[in-house]
Design a protein around this ligand. Structure first.
Ligand SMILES: [Zn+2]
Length: 346
């Protein structure tokens, strides 16, 4: 049986939500990952160090006993973010990074930024202190087609920020286009990007062909096949500017299978199996560790984890559990449309 051992991975973009969902999904992430950056888009959003600490405690309560796991907390950037408060929270270790959502870009992002110029002083302070900025890179203008929103964001907003504040550490999160891979690759060393397993596995046909597939609906939305190929080629290359951020985003099935279904794919459970398969298919398993365990840690100036994990290649397809139960309700677990043979063995 084929087997590989890698440094224990980190997930640099997770949604744990809150309450019952939080209790159900945290163990799915802590099973294979050592650290995660936790998104702040609760209702109401996490906007201060105090909010972040309270949320962190709720997360820590849900970590199974005996598991070593560190949640890194973020605050939600608004046009009213107090940069002095942010400075204190960062210095005290309450906040690890700041998240920029353009207003209305995705689930619970109504408090996001409408006018970039209003947050530039905060971004300048962040650059001075070395606080990373995490960006949901889509414009939200009604007249821009949903499939073009990332590309337009890069041209109109990201380029502006990068040129004005080249010292700011920026992660363009969950990239979905060839344009993003090129822009980030050409940018300076402070600019990096995260990629999700579902954007590596699927193109937009997975939402729209043969009947609407609400469980593959996510934001930024899946793109055409040439974009998926560009993302996959970038991920498997081991390029140090690109790393895993799963954007695992649980919603109850009833909220996905709806006339106005929520955006988000819950992929924590089989994420590493799926990635190992994708890398194996491209004869690039030797670069998996860079993508899931090394590149992100390096960008965030953290040591890689001491623990290791092993994956084995089974002789038959791995059978996926379909749902994660949450009381009476359930969350659909992401399964791609190709066979997966890899399994985490410890
Ligand atoms: Zn997200």
């Amino acid at each position: 049986m084929e087997k590989i051992e890698i440094i224990k991975p980190d997930d640099w973009h997770v949604h744990f939500r809150d309450n019952k969902i939080l209790e159900a999904v945290v163990p799915e992430t802590t099973r294979h990952f050592a650290r995660s950056i936790v998104m702040p888009n609760l209702i109401p959003p996490i906007i201060s160090g105090k909010d972040a600490v309270r949320y962190k405690k709720r997360i820590e309560k849900a970590i199974p006993k005996g598991k070593n796991f560190i949640p890194f907390m973020t605050v939600y950037l608004t046009e009213n973010t107090d940069k002095n408060e942010l400075k204190e929270s960062y210095k005290n270790g309450l906040v690890f990074a700041v998240k920029l959502y353009p207003a209305g870009a995705t689930t619970n992002s109504d408090s996001g930024v409408k006018d970039l110029r209003k947050v530039m002083p905060t971004l300048e302070t962040m650059a001075e202190l070395g606080i990373p900025l995490l960006i949901h890179g889509e414009v939200t203008d009604k007249e821009i087609d949903i499939f073009d929103r990332e590309k337009v964001f890069i041209e109109q907003k990201l380029d502006f920020i990068c040129k004005k504040i080249p010292d700011l550490k920026i992660t363009l999160e969950h990239i979905t286009t060839k344009d993003a891979t090129l822009y980030v690759n050409e940018g300076n060393n402070n600019l990096v990007a995260s990629i999700t397993p579902h954007h590596l596995a699927l193109n937009r046909n997975a939402i729209l062909v043969g009947g609407i597939k609400p469980h593959n609906y996510c934001l930024p939305i899946l793109k055409r096949e040439p974009h998926r190929i560009a993302l996959l080629d970038t991920a498997v290359s081991g390029n140090p500017k690109f790393f895993l951020g799963t954007d695992t985003a649980p919603h109850m099935t009833e909220d996905k299978e709806s006339a106005c279904g929520c955006a988000g794919v819950f992929n924590a459970t089989y994420c590493l199996s799926i990635l190992a398969q994708l890398f194996d298919n491209k004869n690039s398993l030797h670069n998996l560790e860079k993508f899931v365990s090394r590149n992100g840690a390096n960008h965030y100036n953290l040591k890689t984890n001491d623990e290791k994990i092993s994956l084995v290649k089974l002789n038959q397809e791995l059978s996926f559990k379909k749902y994660l139960e949450v009381g009476e309700k359930k969350i659909k677990i992401f399964k791609p449309d190709f066979p997966v043979y890899w399994m985490v063995s410890n």
